[in-house]
Each structure stands twice: as C-alpha cells, then as structure tokens.
Design a protein around this ligand. Structure first.
Ligand SMILES: Cc1cc2nc3c(=O)[nH]c(=O)nc-3n(C[C@H](O)[C@H](O)[C@H](O)COP(=O)(O)O)c2cc1C
Length: 339
C-alpha cells in the first residue's frame, strides 16, 4: 500500500462523487458485489462493526462482516464503540486488511446503542469523541480517517458539533441532515448540510464533506450538490427503490428489463449461499426480493412465491423456473454464468 496515495482517497475522487451508505444487514459483501455489477458508486462502506467485538473473543466471527472482494473497492470500514484503546488496537489491523479508509460512526440513533453512550450519543460527549478520533488517527497509518454523523442529538447543534469535529483534521465528514432523535422521520435538512460546507470552508478546507439524507435519483444528486456545495453524496435507502440508482445516465428501475433484475436476484441468492452458507438465516434474504423485483403487478406472483419459499433450495428453484418462463422467446441480457 502506498501511504501517500491511500491518504488521498477522498481528495482524488471525481467531483461530485457518490457513496453507497453503510446499512446494517443490507450492505454486506454480497449486496455490494451485486451493486458493483449493477451500477457502482465511487466508494463503498462496510456495515458498522463494533471495535469491542473485534477486540474480544468473538473477533473471528465478527470479523467476517469485514470481508470484501476487489469488486467492492475502494471500501471504507466503518467502526463504532466507546473505548479509545480498542480503536487503537484494532485500527492497525484494519489497515492491514487493505481498506481504503476508516470511518467512525457517530450517527446511529438506535436507542439500544445510544443508551450506553455509543454512536450518535457521542454528539453529547465531545471529550470522548475527541479521544476516539485521536486514537484512530494516531493508529491509522496511511488510511484516511472520517466521521459519519448527524446535525445534533436531541436538538440541532449543527454549528457547535460540526465545528468541533472540523477541528480534528478529519479527511472526510459525512453529515446526515437529521438529528438523532428524529431517527428517519421528517425530511433531511440540506440547508443544514450546506451550513456544514460553509463551516468546512472557514475551519478546515482540507476536509471533504459528504451530504446524506433522502437522495433518491441522479437528478437529486445534482440538485443537492448544486444547492449545498458538498463534495460528494451518500445514498442509502434510495437503492431499495432503484438498484441502478448509481448509473450516471439516470436509468430508472423500470427501464431495466425484468429478466435482468431476476438475474441480479439470482446472483444475490447464489453469492449469499456461497458467502454465508447456513450461518445466516435463509429468511433474512427475503427482504431483498422486492428490492430486485419492484412492486409491479406483472411480477407480483413470482415475488409472492419467493417470499413464501421454505428454504434456499426452494427459493432458488422458483427463481430458475421464473427465468425459464421469461426466456421463452427472449434473449437473456447480461452474464449468466456469473455468481
Ligand atoms: C437498514 C439501515 C441500516 C443502516 N445501518 C447503518 C450503519 O451501519 N452505519 C451508519 O452509519 N448508518 C447506517 N444507516 C443510516 C444510513 O447510512 C443513512 O445515513 C440513512 O439511511 C440516511 O440516508 P438515506 O436517506 O439515503 O437512506 C442505516 C440505515 C438503514 C435504513
């Protein structure tokens, strides 16, 4: 790894760049590989992974969440936790694993975690947030260090909190335009994101700012960049409605032939089986079915059947049968041998 080039990940990306948001139980290596083949973002993130777990007896099992393939690069590893020593211990290992950057989660609003002071609760514990960032930066070697956060915890504290973070020499900062207590309610406030860009210009011109919240199309990426001045946009739930959202030509979900979407679903099933075997519950795969198939009447019977399938073999057979029926008189586009 070349230290000077790695450190530059964020700075060298095209402007504006696009990032697939970290999403627990969604953006694992399997989904990221399908996204990479369907319409890739400029940067991927891992799901958030606890530093305490990575330093404990279950580290091997937990570390499986961090597996990735070259197709998913550049990939930033996202970590969370409250013990700076564990960051100091684990970050050098993450560096060795070839990640392109380390991101610290200071934005997750889930009560189970914030009750114990984790993630977005750090917005209200600046001294610990500072210690965590220092421990990470001191041990990250050539890796750029970033933070993903919100614009406040119980109330909006954009200027104070983001200004504080910007004093830490971060390589990048992702701002989700909501406060933690909002969870996913209401609209993301992109005016607040624009304010973060202004703060960055004054306080830390070297820090790259990524805006996040409610972006659902390429047209919206362009609009949000224009309005706020962010360097890049992170998209999360928008990919649930359009797997092809990162295609720069603005392809709509409906413009992609059903057969291609079924092939993507098949690829996901196969990769999942190969990656996780029986270690992950088959039924957890089902949440992806609607993502690939959409809600149209013409796919409803198939979607319904897969959602009611008993196990992997049953689901996979339904997919093969549906593909066979679609192929009647139709050429299959894409790479069938894949996955
Ligand atoms: C199912 C799900 C899981 C998420 N997991 C994470 C996570 O692991 N780390 C993180 O920083 N944010 C996580 N988020 C928040 C997203 O990264 C993103 O900030 C949020 O969804 C807003 O962006 P969007 O409107 O584009 O979805 C998650 C969101 C969802 C819906």
């Amino acid at each position: 790894m070349n230290a000077s080039t790695t450190k530059r990940l964020w700075r060298d990306l095209p402007r504006p760049f696009q990032v697939l948001a970290p999403m627990e139980d969604v953006t694992d290596t399997v989904f990221r590989r399908v996204v990479a083949a369907s319409g890739r973002p400029d940067v991927f993130f891992s799901e958030f992974t606890g530093v305490d777990g990575l330093c404990g007896p279950q580290s091997q099992r937990i570390g499986r969440r961090l597996q990735y393939t070259p197709a998913e690069t550049p990939i930033v590893v996202q970590i969370w936790g409250n013990n700076p020593e564990n960051y100091a211990t684990i970050v050098p290992r993450l560096t060795q694993m070839g990640f392109s950057g380390v991101d610290i989660n200071m934005g997750c609003p889930i009560r189970k975690l914030t009750r114990k002071g984790f993630c977005s609760a750090l917005i209200e514990n600046r001294s610990l947030a500072s210690e965590i960032i220092h421990a990470t930066r001191e041990n990250a070697g050539p890796l750029p260090v970033s933070v993903k956060t919100r614009i406040g915890f119980r109330t909006r504290t954009t200027e104070a909190w983001i200004g504080f973070l910007l004093e830490h020499g971060l390589d990048a900062l992702t701002v989700h335009g909501r406060i933690a207590s909002q969870m996913s309610e209401g609209d993301a406030d992109w005016k607040a994101v624009a304010e973060c860009v202004r703060l960055r210009d004054q306080l830390a011109p070297e820090t790259v700012v990524i805006g996040n919240g409610d972006v659902r199309s390429q047209a919206e990426v362009a609009r949000r960049v224009e309005e706020s001045g962010v360097d890049g946009v992170m998209i999360g739930r928008g990919i649930f409605e359009n797997l092809y959202i990162f295609r720069r030509d603005g392809s709509s979900f409906e413009s992609v032939p059903v057969i291609d979407r079924v092939m993507a679903l098949r690829r996901h099933f196969r990769l999942h089986r190969r990656q996780w075997g029986d270690r992950r519950n088959y039924h957890a795969l089902k949440k992806f079915v609607k993502m690939y198939m959409g809600a149209g009447d013409h796919v409803a019977d198939f979607t319904d059947a897969v959602l009611h399938s008993r196990d992997y073999a049953h689901g996979a057979q339904l997919i093969e049968d549906y593909l066979a029926s679609l192929r009647n008189g139709k050429e299959v586009a894409g790479n069938e041998t894949d996955g």
